[in-house]
Design a protein around this ligand. Structure first.
Ligand code: UT7
Length: 331
């Protein structure tokens, strides 16, 4: 008698977006930019902005509740809550802890993950590991951000890029040798910490030439980040496909991190993937950091873009540098 291996499938997905839309036309009134530049160079038309008093934990809990509903599970069946975020309400308690309270997930361990825009893929990989090891049955993974709280609204290099939102997915134990999660890869490179960082967000104080503490705003060397993103996302996707015994020809849907349509196009080109096999929703939400992939995953499900047997690759890149990819056959 053959014993099928334990892997993970996705039993539920959800998303939560603030109501307020900030369009490119709105940004034209705030900084020296244009709808044409943002649309052509980045691919964003509008982004969502959290209301005063609407925090990362609120968006995370809403997305999680939706995922829980779709899965048919009860909150107390969740073994672990992982939240990828760079904008937690507070460093402690964690966002995961606040979500646990909101859901009533009384049996769940709780942990926030600091991997910037790669946070959801890091969480998904950890979830797979815990399930594959037979230690857990259901892991709730969330990517959630209120990026508007760490943006310098006078800096056109960064303020046009980011938005707020949350997405969630529940990874559940699944007995199979052929479908569910097939392979993953996580990567990082601490030699490039200066390319994308959030000064004054921890115990280190950053000052200007006069010794005055500077702001707590995202800073980025866009061009360099762009090149690193394309190379590492493409290589990582190829690596996980290879580990799964697949080629990019067999991919049905790629859900990449949504930072720039030109990055997404360049990655797709390296993988030789036609545009209809690549999920892109950056025009509506901008870069929601750790939330881009789970929001896109939720919309892919809502739009019927994933069918049983489809090969799905999720592929992330972010500050650190960090990156990661995961391949699964949709159940
Ligand atoms: O999520 C984490 C990972 N993040 C990313 O992957 C982001 C990666 N980087 C990028 O997406 C792009 O580098 C940006 C969208 C940030 C910038 O695009 P770019 O094509 O690299 O532009 P650039 O910085 O080379 O600037 C080109 C020109 C410059 O003008 P000059 O020197 O050619 O006259 C900039 O001053 O565009 C100008 N520019 C702008 N113009 C209008 C820069 N920002 C803006 C703006 N509006 N917002």
């Amino acid at each position: 008698m053959s014993v099928r291996k334990i892997t993970a499938n996705i039993s539920g997905v959800g998303k939560a977006l603030p109501e307020k839309r900030l369009t490119n036309a709105d940004l034209e009134k705030m900084v020296d930019t244009s709808d044409a530049w943002i649309s052509q160079r980045v691919g964003i038309k509008e982004r969502r902005i959290a209301a005063p008093g609407e925090y990362t934990s609120h968006l995370a809990a809403r997305a999680a509740a939706e995922a829980l509903k779709m899965s048919g599970l009860t909150a107390d069946q969740i073994d672990l809550i992982l939240v990828g975020t760079s904008t937690p309400d507070t460093v402690y308690p964690s966002v995961a802890c606040l979500v646990q309270k909101e859901l009533g997930a009384s049996h769940a361990g709780v942990l926030d993950i600091s991997a910037a825009c790669s946070g959801f893929v890091y969480g998904a990989s950890l979830a797979w590991g815990m399930i594959k090891a037979g230690l857990m049955k259901h892991v709730l993974v969330i990517g959630a951000e209120v990026n508007s709280s760490i943006i310098n609204w006078k800096d056109r290099d960064t303020c046009i890029l980011f938005g707020d939102g949350a997405g969630a997915a529940i990874f559940s134990a699944h007995h199979s040798d052929t479908d569910g999660v097939l392979a993953m890869k996580l990567g990082g490179d601490g030699n490039y910490t200066d390319l994308l960082s959030l000064p004054n967000s921890g115990c280190r104080v950053f000052t200007d030439a006069d010794g005055v503490q500077t702001g707590r705003f995202t800073t980025m060397q866009g061009n360099e980040v762009f090149k690193q993103a394309v190379r590492n996302m493409a290589e990582c996707a190829v690596y996980v496909l290879d580990r799964a015994g697949l080629t990019s020809k067999e991919v049905d849907l790629l859900i990449p991190h949504q930072a720039n349509t030109r990055i997404i196009d360049a990655v797709a080109k390296r993988l030789d993937l036609p545009s209809e096999k690549v999920f892109v929703n950056i025009a509506n939400y901008g870069n929601t950091s750790a939330a881009t992939i789970p929001i896109a995953l939720c919309e892919a499900v809502e739009q019927g873009r994933l069918n049983t047997g489809d090969v799905l690759v999720i592929d992330a890149f972010g500050a650190g540098l960090t990156w990661g990819a995961l391949v699964m056959r949709w159940v």
